[in-house]
Design a protein around this ligand. Structure first.
Ligand SMILES: Nc1ncnc2c1ncn2[C@@H]1O[C@H](COP(=O)(O)OP(=O)(O)OP(=O)(O)O)[C@@H](O)[C@H]1O
Length: 229
């Protein structure tokens, strides 16, 4: 039997902002089906930018993204919905990522509601709230009424609500205490065990990524823009 296509394949990705020089240059990586890859790099090297490209949230200037063997870049507008919903993503700063007007319940439920499949919604939200340790009372609060850790739990639940085949965690635990970090890592591990999903996690904490991932890859060092004297 032939091997399944990689969950994620980035080829020659160059990306940046506005008219400034690119912050990510010609980067390629591959996450095999079911694999957990940790991408390590110092602050500011472009990890979050690359994570957003992989999550189809930032259009690269050059290069391609393939998800499960299908090209997900090069469309005139956004990638098709079926491609976008294959990827769940959790960012470092839950307060920047979460809509402040939504209750945690609606934050988790929104991607599922958008599919129109509301029959599964109550059970799915309840199961994810339970898995991420969010009690019923917390579910009806808004972001400003909960802690960063509680909000990040909801962001992880939201990222999993459509059962993505690939989860991308961009420094997901960087602002959390040790017990919340352990709880969220356990949620991701359980999810991967149950579904066979792949994981790309980016960060600078080698020990954490080493514990969490099957394989680590260093973010390629930036070539100096001007030659050293
Ligand atoms: N929205 C944006 N507009 C303009 N420049 C940006 C934007 N986001 C990031 N950058 C710049 O791109 C570069 C790489 O940032 P990025 O957040 O991808 O790095 P990082 O490795 O994830 O850093 P950190 O670990 O500190 O989050 C930085 O110089 C940053 O200032």
């Amino acid at each position: 039997m032939s091997e399944p296509a990689p969950a994620l394949e980035l080829t020659g990705i160059t990306a940046g902002y506005e008219r400034r020089p690119p912050v990510v240059r010609d980067i390629s990586l591959r996450v095999a089906a079911g694999e957990a890859l940790g991408l390590l790099g110092p602050s500011g090297c472009g990890k979050s930018t690359l994570a957003r490209v992989a999550a189809l949230l930032h259009r690269p200037r050059a290069g391609t993204v393939h998800l499960a063997g299908r090209r997900a870049t090069g469309f005139r507008h956004r990638a098709p919905r079926a491609q976008r919903t294959r990827v769940g993503v959790v960012f470092q700063q839950p307060r920047q990522a979460a809509d402040p007007r939504l209750t945690l319940h609606d934050l988790i439920a929104e991607p599922l509601r958008a599919t129109g499949d509301t029959t599964a919604l109550p059970a799915r939200v309840a199961a994810l709230a339970d898995a991420t340790g969010l009690g019923t009372e917390l579910l009806y609060r808004r972001p400003h009424q909960v802690s960063d850790g509680q909000l990040q739990r909801a962001c992880l639940a939201r990222a999993l609500v459509l059962r993505p085949a690939l989860l991308i965690c961009d420094e997901m635990t960087a602002m959390l205490d040790a017990s919340t970090t352990a709880a969220l890592v356990a949620v991701v591990e359980d999810y991967r065990r149950d579904t066979g999903a792949a994981l790309l996690t980016v960060g600078h904490d080698r020990a954490l990524l080493h514990r969490w991932c099957d394989r680590l890859q260093e973010f390629p060092r930036e070539r100096p823009l001007t030659p050293a004297p």
